[in-house]
Design a protein around this ligand. Sequence first.
Ligand SMILES: Nc1ncnc2c1ncn2[C@@H]1O[C@H](COP(=O)(O)OP(=O)(O)OP(=O)(O)O)[C@@H](O)[C@H]1O
Length: 789
Amino acid sequence: MSLEKAGGRFCSGKRASLPAQRPFPVIQKVVASMAHLQEEKLRLQEEVLALQEKLAARESEEIAVSVQLRGQVENLKVNLREQAQEIGRLRSEMGGTDAEKHRDLLVAENERLRQEMKAHEGELRELRRQQAACQDCTHLQENAGLQERLCQLQREAEEARVKLVELELEVQQKTNRLAEVELRLKDSLAERAQEEERLSRRLRDSQETIASLRAQPQQIKYIIKTVEVESAKAKQALCESQSRNQYLQEQVGMQRQVLKEMEQQLQSSQKTAAQLRAQIAMYELELERAHGQMLEEMQVMEDEKNRAIEEAFSRAQVEMKAVHENLAGVRTNLLTLQPALRTLTHDYNSLKRQVRDFPLLLQETLRSARAEIGQAIEEVNSTNRELLRKYRRELQLRKKCHNELVRLKGNIRVFGRVRPITKEDGEGPEAVSAVTFDADDDAVLHLLHKGKQVSFELDKVFPPQASQEEVFQEVQALVTSCIDGYNVCIFAYGQTGAGKTYTMEGTSTNPGINQRALQLLFSEVQSKAADWDYAISVSVAEIYNEALRDLLGKEPQEKLEIKLCPDGSGQLYVPGLTEFSVQSVEDINKVFEFGHVNRVTECTNLNEHSSRSHALLIVTVRGLDRSTGLRTTGKLNLVDLAGSERVGRSGAEGSRLREAQYINRSLSALGDVIYALRSRQGHVPFRNSKLTYLLQDSLSGDSKTLMMVQVSPAEKNSSETLCSLKFAERVRSVELGPVSRKAELVSWPSQEQLEGDLPGSSSRSHASSSPGLPSSRATSIRRKLQTSA
Ligand SMILES: Nc1ncnc2c1ncn2[C@@H]1O[C@H](COP(=O)(O)OP(=O)(O)OP(=O)(O)O)[C@@H](O)[C@H]1O
């Protein structure tokens, strides 16, 4: 570091004063680093040597020890042999027990020596082991490290040496050039000195000539004076003298000129010489200064070198000391590590054992955790089940309360039924279901209409998978109340093709509410047969194009009128409406078949068998309690309304269009009635249509009424579904007030009276009074019915 600094300083000094000698500081630096590297290398070599020596010394020491030990062993062997000989000798000399004692002693001595020998051999082994162990010791590693470093340093030194040679070559070239320049300078100096010498000589000559010439003119003048007085000869001489004088004067002038020039030359030469002298002096001074500086730097470098050597030496000593200390530390560490190693081994073994046992433990823990989780899940499940049970019970209770409330308020109950997607709905996105249900509440239904979900709450919602049986279970209580003398009305409402006929009539294999209601009534009547006498009669009518027609009558095309009962009860009745008394399921089937033949259905774009009329099945249950004489009359109106349809969509034309218009008009009249009832208006426009007029009893508080709103789930029908559901919600909010039971106590009747009063034989029964049917098939059915009645 200090060397570099010194070099730097030296370099900058040179730059200022001696531009021609610029490479010197670099060389100095390289030389210095080379020297430093050499020193380092030497130091390392010395260290390696010292270590090798140490190792050799140790080896020789060990060899010496082993030799010594071997010598000792040899000595002991010799001793042993001597002892054995001594024993032999003593044996031969003494004999007897003493000899034996001595022999024992010698044997013991022998044994001791043998043990000693063993101990020495053990020591020898230990030393050898240590020696072998030392092969891995830090010294050797250090030695290898140092060797490596030495190689690296040697490589670096080699590179530096090559660089130095190149630099020396360069220096040599530059020195040669300098020497040449100096030589040339010396030559030019010598030339100048000679020139100077020559010029000064000439000057001197010229001065002398001038002096001699100066001395001459007086003599010439004198000669002129003398010639004036002489003759022509003299005159010629004079002329000659004068021309000579002239010549001499010219010569003098020339000489003077030359002299002047020479004086000038001399002056300039003197000046140049002075300059050169000054320059030489300056160069000498510079050289001297550089020499001095060089000497100083050399001195500094010498000092640096010495200091570096000292430092390296002390460092090596310190390092050596540290190495020794490290060695000692390692030894002590080794000693202290042994117990730690033992405990570590112990720990490792125990850990190994634990690891070996871990999978078993884990499996065990997992098993127990799984069992615990299972138990917890079971507990949660049972709690959930319990909660669900409670929730359902609460729901039932709520429903019961609600039903009771509805009953008390006389609300129209509204059930919703969603039919499944059928092939008429088509395929693709249009046939996607737009209706979803609430898993926890069977009274809620969601409709996706134009991307928005609209929710509706009804009294009960049947999903597409609900069977006819399930639907009927929900309405059967209402049906049986008819036996107790209540008027009941169940009507199916909804868009065309939404499943109204399916719900009300069903199919032959899967009958709907109509047939199931009659079956139930029969079984109920039979179960009460011990105390009650019942008579069940049915009428089937339809409202087609605003005309009421008797589907069981002999003239089904005949228009019937709805009239007020002349008894002043305010009840409505249809004069001339055929009423068949039925006593078995077969009778019902016949009645339905007969009614079906006369019903108007058509094929529309929306439904293959669309009902073009509102169909009514009127079941009247008359009962007589034989013990009390209580007479009850219950009427069950089962109405399958014609489907509302958009004329444009159904593709109706001509008579179909007229039908559709009538249907829509009567349905809108139903809407008006519902609106008036809801808003408790004084006047309810029942008479605006045949349908509302016929349903007046059922919609004006004297009946338990249930509306089954039928819903098509197809997305393309969502607008109609929305309208139907909105209408259903409005209907649901209509309160008709509590329903009264149609029961009256009559005087104790005789058996004949009873039989005569029973509906089957009543005069109201039109079956026997209806001769003739429009078609031959109808006639045969009618005949069968009359026979059974
Ligand atoms: N719950 C259901 N399960 C199976 N099929 C059904 C269901 N509801 C309706 N359908 C079927 O849908 C089709 C249309 O039903 P349905 O004739 O009862 O409709 P609608 O409302 O009476 O029509 P319209 O008013 O035009 O008479 C029929 O083929 C019927 O079998």
